[in-house]
Design a protein around this ligand. Structure first.
Ligand code: SF4
Length: 224
């Protein structure tokens, strides 16, 4: 498995030397807002919405200053915008309260550990891990649909639930790869090992890919 991991991550690193989130942000609070908006929405759509919004909102205080109705209207093109607006607004209030009480004293308003992050509204394990990884370099693999698919196709794991995939990958992937494993796998799944038309013809992971051996080779054999 060590050799296989090396092959996979060396190749992904060649394709994406410095993988990072495609969500645009310049402050930690903006990252939290962008991640919360991104549920069931593409990063491109989120970036369109936040391009204007983030000129006015850099901190939780800025968000409360513009007021709920303006915020709601600014994000109305995003799926489930009413629910998201409510949760993001409550999050901003909570972060301000924590800051005032000085009980948290986190850098730039945002908690730096999963347990505290998960106390924020609508922040589950996946969202919490993603925020902690991006902002604080925590060695998490926040498994989305891309990572789940790629990991199963390459037989790094054999799971049906993304939560289980996350747990197993974090045990399996050595620390040396953890700094880029999350974003590398996401980008590889988004642009190469896509759900419908994976680019197997140009992919150099064929030799270690279970999906390729089971599906692509088998279908060629059937046709001949
Ligand atoms: S060979 Fe195809 S299925 Fe396998 S990892 Fe590459 S793109 Fe994905």
């Amino acid at each position: 498995m060590e050799k296989k991991l090396q092959t996979i991550f060396n190749y992904i690193k060649k394709l994406f030397p410095n993988p990072e989130t495609e969500l645009h942000y310049s402050t930690p609070f903006q990252l939290v807002v962008a991640v919360m908006l991104s549920a069931q929405v593409t990063d491109i759509q989120v970036n369109k919405v936040t391009e204007k919004l983030f000129k006015k909102i850099k901190t939780p205080e800025d968000l409360l200053k513009i007021g709920f109705p303006s915020f709601l209207s600014a994000i109305r093109s995003v799926n489930y915008y009413k629910t998201k607006a409510k949760h993001i607004y409550t999050t901003a209030s909570l972060l301000i309260e924590n800051e005032k009480l000085r009980i948290k004293n986190y850098k730039n308003w945002i908690p730096d550990n999963l347990k505290e992050l998960m106390k924020l509204p609508w922040v589950g394990v996946k969202t919490g891990k993603l925020i902690a990884h991006v902002l604080y370099d925590k060695p998490f693999i926040a498994v989305d649909t891309h990572i789940h698919r790629v990991s199963n196709r390459l037989w790094l794991v054999k799971t049906s639930a993304p939560e289980k995939t996350s747990e197993l990958l974090e045990k399996l992937i050595p620390d040396t790869y953890k700094d880029f494993a999350h974003h590398g796998l996401v980008l590889f799944g988004r642009y190469y090992c896509t759900a419908k038309n994976p680019k197997c013809d140009i992919c150099q992971l064929k030799t270690v890919c279970t999906y390729y051996k089971a599906n692509v080779i088998a279908s060629v054999a059937k046709q001949s």
